[in-house]
Design a protein around this ligand. Structure first.
Ligand SMILES: NC(=O)c1ccc[n+]([C@@H]2O[C@H](COP(=O)([O-])OP(=O)(O)OC[C@H]3O[C@@H](n4cnc5c(N)ncnc54)[C@H](OP(=O)(O)O)[C@@H]3O)[C@@H](O)[C@H]2O)c1
Length: 345
């Protein structure tokens, strides 16, 4: 099997670190790995699985000879530098939001719409973490019952805001335990006017708001990306909330379908879906929680129950490590799917 010269852009970040781990754990065939980050990290040594890597500064010339690059350094970095990688002939799997709604860029969750990869022009986008997990959990139900409407509330971990989000929760928790006032520097959104403590709190804002419609950017990502991935006009109503969990997003999801729902079929489908772990046994209090699944690549589904009033509606609860299933693993899985489809040579 061919081995590829790969790069990880944003390798020192919360997602980038997991990308390196996923390359090894899921056997992405590599000949060499280049770790790229900002000038702040240039020269830093990272050891993994017996390999020693030296982080390099990302520049316009970083991609000469690189065949596949996994990006997670932020949308503005992808916007500025990815064109140089495409020019150098590198295939780019982008974890940022920058290219997601570009009609020329496939937006892919491999087990949902892997076939969209054939239309790539050097850039493939990974959806938003909450969208990946939701679409993965719902894809077989959509095939069978034809989903028309989704109402979702998220419970998003601080690591969704990167290394800075995690540091904020640790530091603020200690400040509260020490009897001090917690100092908020980053959340809910690094670029917004105000910051609020996340320790012992929850914040109904993830990313900035669109004041014209009352939804946050994160909520509108779930709306727009879900339509693109399922390639149909599903109605999505999302409320995204940051909670004081270190790692692992959860979502409470309600769906309405065109066809009547058969719950035996629902459990059969969820029990046999790629990427899904059905974790639902109420008698024994079995349901998914974020701390149970740190570091794994699955979407865990539980609390599956039919609506009390409608034959075409149900609710479920999903949890997953968003740094893995919602970001790093989905990126590497896209690369593996491209190899399987003969799209990386
Ligand atoms: N965290 C999640 O759960 C998640 C999920 C899905 C998607 N994403 C997306 O993934 C991206 C990264 O998120 P993250 O959580 O990993 O953030 P993070 O922990 O803050 O890491 C950011 C990374 O980008 C690098 N970087 C920053 N400025 C740079 C520059 N000018 N040139 C080159 N590299 C630069 C940083 O390098 P230094 O260490 O040198 O600063 C670091 O490696 C974002 O677009 C985010 O929206 C994140």
């Amino acid at each position: 099997m061919k081995k590829f010269k790969i790069a990880i852009v944003g390798a020192t970040g919360a997602v980038g670190r997991e990308m390196l781990r996923c390359v090894f754990q899921f056997n992405f065939p590599f000949e060499s790995i280049k770790l790229l980050a900002s000038a702040r990290s240039a020269g830093k040594e990272i050891e993994f699985e017996g390999h020693k890597f030296v982080v390099e500064e990302l520049t316009e010339n970083s991609f000469e000879g690189v065949e596949v690059a996994f990006w997670s350094a932020g949308g503005s970095i992808s916007e500025k530098y990815m064109k140089y990688a495409v020019e150098a002939g590198c295939v780019n799997i982008d974890n940022t939001s920058h290219f997601r709604m570009d009609p020329n860029v496939p937006l892919v969750v491999p087990e949902v719409n892997g076939e969209a990869l054939v239309n790539h022009h050097g850039i493939i986008s990974c959806p938003n973490c909450t969208t990946i997990m939701m679409c993965s959990a719902l894809t077989r139900l959509n095939d069978e019952f034809d989903i028309e409407r989704i109402v979702v509330s998220t419970y998003q971990a601080v690591s969704g805001a990167g290394v800075a989000g995690m540091e904020e929760l640790y530091r603020q928790s200690q400040e509260v335990l020490d009897g001090k006032e917690p100092v908020a520097k980053t959340l809910p959104c690094a670029g917004d006017k105000k910051h609020f403590p996340i320790a012992f709190n929850c914040i109904p804002q993830v990313d900035k708001f669109d004041l014209s419609n009352g939804y946050s950017k994160e909520e509108m990502k779930m709306v727009n990306e879900t339509k693109k991935i399922f390639n149909k006009d599903i109605e999505v109503n999302a409320t995204c909330v940051r909670v004081p969990v270190l790692r692992g997003h959860s979502e409470s999801i309600y769906i309405e379908t065109k066809k009547t729902i058969d719950m035996d079929k629902v459990f059969e489908l969820l029990g046999n879906s790629t990427g899904i772990d059905l974790c639902d046994d109420l008698a024994n209090q079995v349901y998914p929680m974020p701390t149970s699944f740190i570091g794994d690549e699955l979407t865990h589904v539980g609390r599956v129950r039919k609506d009390l009033y409608k034959d075409n509606a149900l609710s479920l609860w999903i949890t997953g490590d968003q740094l893995m299933k919602g970001a790093a693993y989905n990126s590497v899985d896209i690369g593996l799917k491209m190899i399987e489809l003969g799209l990386l040579k």
